[in-house]
Design a protein around this ligand. Structure first.
Ligand SMILES: Nc1ncnc2c1ncn2[C@@H]1O[C@H](COP(=O)(O)OP(=O)(O)OP(=O)(O)O)[C@@H](O)[C@H]1O
Length: 320
């Protein structure tokens, strides 16, 4: 289990970047770390790996305390691997030498077998002998992913692992990688801006804001019941509407956070009247931008575009 007990950290005196953070992650779990840019995701991964000394608190992987550079000549624990945003590869050596960097030369056959297995996982078999400096950014990122897996860590810390990889390859790589980690029982924490990393692949999601952990739970719960607009907006557009906007039958009003796919065109009761401002093609349909009550923009998903200026009625899908 990964245990963070009330940890705090600052780069500069007086400016806390991680604030009194507590966290427990069970072995084999995949956890997504979400939050706006600058909220402390990368810093948190570095602290877990032991690259920085904590100002306060303690971190444990199983029963072993993670200690920072003040206690270790070479930072980082053997049981962990950390993939930074700048992949830190050796540019003048080949892909396979980079992947095998941490593998022992004592068992050459095993080493070669392991490198080939990882080359296949990240789909770089035909690039095995190419120098890393001659690869694209996305290809280099795939080499870096293979390299952190080489020694089969117990826990993997990934900072935006697919950020340079094009969308089509990203889907396949992501499926293969997370299936591989599950099969091997490797715990994984992924800092990401891509909500699909969380929604499709993370058992649990953690949300950071200004260095504080503000939400944590099963990913589906964090998505379905976002605690506030900040959390919901990490998954895409979100609308803020009130129960009283739809109906006057409830005594107490309540703010609703509604994703665009939860609204639909309706002619029945319980709807809001909006004016269409724009339609954006998304591939599988359109995102329609509308104006409600002359003060709020409301987005909803629709199979077709709708003419600008149209007056339409929207209802909540779950009440239809
Ligand atoms: N080496 C550093 N020295 C001083 N401040 C730093 C340093 N690295 C990061 N910070 C600051 O710490 C805060 C958290 O940065 P961090 O990189 O952890 O955020 P992040 O959530 O990973 O952002 P992003 O999503 O953009 O990668 C930011 O305010 C940043 O400016």
């Amino acid at each position: 289990m990964l245990l963070l007990k009330n940890i705090s950290f600052s780069y500069l005196e007086g400016k806390m970047v991680i604030k009194n953070l507590n966290l427990a992650i069970e072995k084999g779990q995949h956890v997504a770390l979400l939050g706006e840019s600058g909220c402390g995701k990368s810093t948190l991964l570095k602290l877990i790996y032991g690259l920085k000394d904590l100002d306060g608190g303690e971190i444990y992987w199983n029963d072993k305390q993670v200690l920072g550079p003040a206690y270790h000549l070479v930072p980082g624990m053997d049981e962990m691997r950390y993939l930074a945003q700048d992949f830190d590869l050796m540019p003048f050596t080949s892909v396979k030498e980079n992947i095998g960097k941490y593998l022992s030369n004592f068992y050459l056959k095993e080493k070669e077998h392991r490198i080939n297995e990882l080359l296949a996982l990240v789909d770089l078999v035909e690039y095995a002998d190419v120098k890393v400096k001659n690869l694209s950014g996305g290809q280099q990122q795939r080499v870096a992913i293979a390299r952190v897996l080489a020694l089969e860590p117990e826990i993997l810390l990934l900072d935006e692992p697919f950020s340079h990889i094009d969308y089509s390859r990203r889907s396949l790589l992501r499926r293969n990688l997370f299936a591989y980690l599950k099969e091997k029982g490797i715990t994984c924490v992924v800092a990401t801006h891509d909500s699909i990393d969380a929604l499709s692949f993370a058992d649990e999601t953690i949300v950071l804001k200004d260095g504080e952990l503000i939400d944590m739970g099963e990913t589906k719960d964090v998505y379905d019941f976002p605690m506030n607009r900040y959390v919901a907006s990490l998954f895409g557009e979100v609308n803020e509407l009130f129960i009283s906007d739809f109906t006057s039958t409830f005594d107490e009003d309540e703010l609703l956070l509604i994703y665009p796919h939860q609204l639909m065109l309706s002619k029945q009761k319980g709807q809001i009247e909006v004016e269409v401002l724009d339609s954006y093609f998304k591939g599988d349909g359109y995102m329609i931008k509308t104006f409600f009550n002359e003060d709020r923009v409301v987005f909803f998903d629709h199979p077709f575009d709708i003419e600008k200026g149209s007056k339409i009625k929207l209802a909540l899908k779950k009440f239809q």
